[in-house]
Design a protein around this ligand. Sequence first.
Ligand code: BJW
Ligand code: ZN
Length: 257
Amino acid sequence: MTTAPEAQEQLAEVARLLAQAQRVVVLTGAGISAESGIATFRDARLGYWSQFDPEALASPEGFARDPGLVWRWYMERYRGLLQAQPNRGHQALAALAVNTPQLTLATQNIDDLHERAGSRAVLHLHGSLNSFRCQRCKRPHLLTSDEQHSVTPPSCLTCGALVRPGVVWFGEMLPDGMLQTVWQAARACDLFLVVGTSGVVMPAAALPEVARNAGATVVEVNVTPSEVTSAAHHFLKGKAGAVLPALLELMQHSGHN
Ligand code: BJW
Ligand code: ZN
């Protein structure tokens, strides 16, 4: 995290705004889980997986073309998630909810690290890697430990079709009602905090601008500028696990003034 005097001043200003805000919306992306050892979506081309485009794997067409390949990719990520722990960024956001009259936390991530850090009612815009369902009859499927290590997806116990992760792939709709809920929250908030997303995937990437156009202050935390930086009034450069706890600390001080 940068410690230049201007950056410190900006951090203090954002902390003041947060302490005063009645309604806050937080949108997180893969960057918040990076410090927990989970590869970000667009940096996930490591090792064996470097030969595949994650955007092609995360699609109904990719699953239809090679279900085993897509299944193995998700199972590797699933097992990685079982090993991972929430970091100080997740923890700071859980604490922020306690200190804010109304906070809506929306994440594009399919991990459960926000929940494990203590956040409640998290809106999972792109679904969750803790749920699996039949791709045909849509019945939920409970994953066995054998299936976690299988090289092909299991079959639905009811209809025999393939089981898929309960995530939102390209070209698919977000879960029922979720977009409407987060869109309304973005239109009604005083402060919109966007953390660790490249801002390239719609419709989530439109939310900072929706909030800004409705009069909210938009704050971005990222290690590098993104596609949503132009919508941000304040850009806090640094790792979520450093910037968010620093904000919370300053906010608690400014709350006592
Ligand atoms: C740190 C850090 C640290 C690192 N601290 N920061 C309008 C225009 C154009 C296209 C479309 C449009 N509307 C819809 C589309 C199509 C499509 C789309 O957006 N395509 C774009 C690529 C152009 N969208 C959809 O299809 C969506 N559905 C939809 O709109 O339905 C209606 C419809 C249907 C059909 C036709 C038209 C409309 C669904 C999108 C679903 C996205 N799903 C995925 C996969 C989920 C499962 C999985 O994880 O495998 O979601 S894609 C992938 O990207 C994943 C992520 O949630 C998502 C966003 O990624 P994110 O979080 O931003 O990660 P990265 O890796 O990109 O960035 C990480 C960031 O962290 C970087 O900025 C780093 O700098 C930063 N960082 N370390 C802070 N320590
Ligand atoms: Zn089925």
